[in-house]
Design a protein around this ligand. Structure first.
Ligand SMILES: NC(=O)c1ccc[n+]([C@@H]2O[C@H](COP(=O)([O-])OP(=O)(O)OC[C@H]3O[C@@H](n4cnc5c(N)ncnc54)[C@H](O)[C@@H]3O)[C@@H](O)[C@H]2O)c1
Length: 259
């Protein structure tokens, strides 16, 4: 590895699984100190143990990103432990594999409570983390935020309207955050993954035979993404290699958006 994030302090929300875990592995391999802000204690601790066992500097802080109290406490703890925050990977989200818990449907079939909960986690969570991290970054006039949205924000995908609205909000929020925070030396960019093989869609793939083939047939590169594909894009935004990029909305979709 090339130590592209040497000494930097990175908060990774939803770092216990999937793309967040891939980012925690990659960012710390590149020299970052990582906070895994995750609401699941089992996967959060597992990720912390895995990375500490190979000498990485990582701390799990149990956090529900939709809780203002949790987010405030997580940010304060990060500053107490590491003195600063350089990178925020706003990644935590719920989606297709939570269908039993929060109904993913079109507007007519979406209960208001489910709509509110999906927005609270997927959109408000990014608002809250940014709200409490930005003052730390503004005070030192540098920082880097990467918001993980979805191709649902850019292409109409039927049957997940609350999720789609949240992800669309993230794209718009990225643009205004980039504009407003450039003067503080803070860059804000956005990844928009297409289908990524993580626990989020694993259940949907398992319970719908033929779905994976159907999805992959629509992707020019012919395959769903790996979590590492998105983590690599996030690393690029987090590193100095993208120093002139802010407000960028990057599809990580195997060319799906191109056709
Ligand atoms: N997998 C896909 O196909 C896909 C496609 C596009 C976008 N995304 C987005 O990528 C992001 C990461 O998803 P993933 O694919 O790695 O799925 P995942 O389910 O493996 O990981 C999501 C993580 O976020 C955590 N999380 C959920 N709600 C939380 C909360 N309130 N507070 C803290 N942590 C919470 C989960 O516990 C989990 O560890 C999500 O925002 C998702 O919407 C996923």
């Amino acid at each position: 590895m090339t130590e592209r994030l040497k000494g930097r302090v990175a908060i990774i929300t939803g770092g216990g699984s999937g793309q967040g875990l891939a980012a925690a592995r990659l960012f710390t391999a590149e020299g970052a100190k990582a906070i895994i802000a995750e609401w699941r204690e089992d996967t959060g601790l597992e990720a912390e143990n895995e990375l500490r066992s190979i000498g990485r500097n990582v701390t799990f802080i149990k956090t529900d990103v939709s809780s203002e109290k949790d987010v405030q406490a997580m940010v304060a703890k990060t500053v107490e432990l590491y003195g600063t925050i350089d990178i925020l990977f706003n990644n935590a989200g719920i989606g297709y594999s939570y269908n039993a818990q929060y109904k993913m449907a079109d507007i007519v079939d979406t209960p208001l409570d489910d709509w509110n909960r999906i927005i609270a986690i997927n959109l408000n969570g990014m608002f809250l983390c940014s709200k409490y991290v930005l003052p730390v970054m503004r005070a030192k006039k540098s920082g880097n935020i990467i918001n993980n949205s979805s191709m649902n924000a850019l292409v109409g995908e039927s049957g997940a309207d609350a999720y789609t609205a949240a992800k669309g909000g993230i794209v718009s929020l990225t643009r205004v955050m980039a504009k407003d925070n450039a003067r503080y030396g803070i860059r804000v960019n956005c990844t928009c993954p297409g289908g990524v093989i993580t626990p989020m869609i694993a259940e949907a793939l398992e319970t719908n035979p033929g779905l994976r083939e159907h999805l992959e047939a629509g992707i020019p590169l012919g395959k769903l993404a790996r979590a590492e594909d998105v983590a690599n894009a996030a690393l690029f935004f987090a590193s100095d290699e993208s120093s002139h990029l802010t407000g960028t909305i990057l599809p990580v979709d195997g060319g799906w958006y191109a056709i």
